[in-house]
Structure formats: structure tokens, C-alpha cells
Write a protein that binds this ligand. Sequence first.
Ligand SMILES: NC(=O)c1ccc[n+]([C@@H]2O[C@H](COP(=O)([O-])OP(=O)(O)OC[C@H]3O[C@@H](n4cnc5c(N)ncnc54)[C@H](O)[C@@H]3O)[C@@H](O)[C@H]2O)c1
Length: 395
Amino acid sequence: MSHILILGGDGYLGWPTAMYFSKRGYDVTVVDNYFRRNACTELDVGMLYPVPTLIERAKNWYEHTGKEIKVVIGDLTNPEIMRSLFKGDFEYSWAINNNFSGIPNTVIHYAEQPSAPYSLINYQYANITITNNLLVTNNLIFALRDFSRDTHVVHVGTMGEYGTPNIDIEEGWLEIEHKSRKDRFLFPRQASSLYHTTKIMDTDLMWFGVRMWDLRITDLMQGPVYGLETEDSVIDERLRTIFNYDEIFGTILNRFIVQAIVAYPLTVYGKGGQTRGYLNINDTLQCVHKAAETHAKKGQLRIFNQIMETFSANELAEKVQDIGRKLGYQVKIDHLENPRKEAEEHYYNPTYQGLIEIGVKPHYLTDEILEGMFRVVEKYKDNIRRDVIFKGIKW
Ligand SMILES: NC(=O)c1ccc[n+]([C@@H]2O[C@H](COP(=O)([O-])OP(=O)(O)OC[C@H]3O[C@@H](n4cnc5c(N)ncnc54)[C@H](O)[C@@H]3O)[C@@H](O)[C@H]2O)c1
């Protein structure tokens, strides 16, 4: 059985990914240190509903499916914890049997501080973001160098690494002709937050590991994800992923739906022409699965742009307004003074064919999908805290 190690397996994407692979017969181990939950508690941002601990989730999954997801609680900035995952000399926090599943064939690396506003609260949060994200990635590439150069890493990067250049965005690489000579380089990157800058640095660290030690790595440049229901969460609502709607950890569409339900005007920053690529959480699962199944070659940094369609902030707000009104909500749109430093109108034309070519079938943002999200979020309406929706963290 193929052994898959999911770093950051308690997170918004990590837990659904663990169930997705477990259901498909992989031997799954998840690792997390509750960084995200602790940050939510520390910053008092609240979540839409309470979520069981990672150990409780794994037990619950086992009760429903008879499939084991091994859980390790540990901080991956500690190199010894990272290395123990490849040597098998760690204590499981929860497992049916404590046998080491062997060196992982695939590592899915999600274990990072994922919020741009968090990284810009002040210099301390900037430092946490830089040290956390880069140490985890560096510990991973050295563990691979020392124990298993053949293990394939699927890392989730971000489309934000490219920024919004005035040229078409390619999938990771660009051939450049300079003074009549040609070479292929990583596509120029110019992030607009400190968090996104750490993702650029991740890519550079992994590219270094690929060049020096022939590692095999797929870096998925993902856009903001929306949604909360996956094929496995419908079995039992306690298997649902975490859901944030606050300014720090919530992603735009998830937030707009919550805002619409509590009659909080949708918070569009500035003119609202900011255009990005988006995807459904179910497509993230498909993408990492297809990436794991097809894997990068030895000495290859394979990059895909992981988005399914593009929208401006205004377009998303209008879609939520339309569906919200249809469902009987009074939905207003507010153009706030932009707390971020970013272009509010710009050219945006990314390529995103690679994942489709390896078999991903997109779920587009239809009215039915939006309505389905409204229906789930409505159930937790009484938990929604208006005070965490907008705080105006400035760049
Ligand atoms: N959600 C999105 O819209 C989105 C978009 C683009 C890229 N990404 C990237 O995808 C990945 C997953 O995102 P997410 O939304 O699931 O975020 P998340 O915060 O929910 O998940 C990350 C998980 O990693 C864990 N973690 C962080 N640092 C750790 C450490 N030092 N040791 C152990 N565990 C640690 C956290 O506790 C959390 O459970 C991130 O790398 C993020 O940058 C997410």
C-alpha cells in the first residue's frame, strides 16, 4: 500500500485530503502542531463551528470506514520531528497499531502559516511566518536528501507568487531569450504580501533541492479555495473541515457568503477589479491526488497553476449578492478603502491547463454550488461573530 504523509493534516485542506487518500486505499499519516487552531484562539477570530481534535477526527473516520489515519502531533520546524517521520523513530499520538508505515512514497506539504494579513499584523507575526514556513520546507528537503531522495513531494504554493504582471502567466517556467541566447527560468515572481514572499522562497528552496540532490517535487500554484463540503464530510458533520470567515484566515468567497447571511455588507477592497484564479475545495483534492499519482521525475521541479476559473472581487460579490437575494437575504456590497497595497485594476491572464491534462475535472462556481454553500453556512448562523469579519489589517 502506498504510504502518504500529509504535513499540516489538521488544516482546511489537510484533513479533507487525508480522508480522500485514505478512502482510496493509501496508508495515510498526518502531522500537525495545531498552529492554525492556536493562532485562531490567540487572535480571537472564531470559526463557524467547533471542530474535534485531529485525534478525535481520525478515530471518528475509523469508526465510519474501518480505515486508519495515523496521527502525529508535532512541530515540523523541529528538524528532529521532521526526520523522525522518515526514520520511524517517533511516537504516534494516535494509531491503531504503532508499526512504522515505512518511508513515505509521497509527502503532501501544506504545513505553513497561510494568511497574508497574519503575516502583516506586525513584525512579530512576520517573523513567525518567515521562520515557520521556511524552516518546515528546509527541514523537509534535508530529510529527503538524507533519507529518501525518491519520495515525491507535492507542495501547495500559491498563484500569489506571480503577483499581477502585465504579461501572461505561464505554469511556473519561462523561456527567456537574452542577447541571442536562450534559457529556461522560474517565471518572475513578485508577491504582494510577506506570506506570499515565503511561498516564493519555498519554491526557491525546493528548486535548490531538485538541482542539488535530484529530488522530485511538484509545486502547485494554487488560487484561493472556497467551499466546505466534500464527499467524505457528508458522512458525519464532525468530519467537516475547519471554516474561517474572519479577515485573517477566511478566504474571499467563504467570507462573502457568511457576510451575506448576517446582512454584513460584502467587503470589497477599493475598486474591486482585483482578479484572481479560484477553485472549489473538491478540486484541490483532485489536483493533489492526480499530482501524487503522476509524480514528478527525479531532478524535476514540476509546476502547475492550480486554479479552475478567474473572477474579479466585484464579480464574486455580485454572484453572492444574486444568490443571496434569491434566497431572501438583503445583500449589500461595500467598497471599503483598501487596507492592502495592490493593483485594483490590472491585466490578468494565467495559463492553467496542466492539471486538466493529467485528469482533473473542474467543478465550476455555479449557482447550485453557491446555494449549497449558503445552505450549510446558514445552519451555523447563530455562531457568526460580526466583530471578526473586518479589522482592516494594513499593509
Ligand atoms: N486555502 C487556500 O485558499 C490556499 C490557497 C493557496 C495556497 N494555500 C496553501 O495551502 C496550504 C494549506 O492551506 P490551508 O488553507 O489548509 O491552511 P491551514 O492553516 O488550514 O493548514 C495548514 C496546517 O499546517 C499546520 N502547520 C503549520 N505550521 C506547522 C508546523 N510548523 N508544524 C506542524 N504543522 C504546522 C497548521 O496547524 C494547519 O493545520 C498552505 O501552505 C497554504 O499556503 C492555501
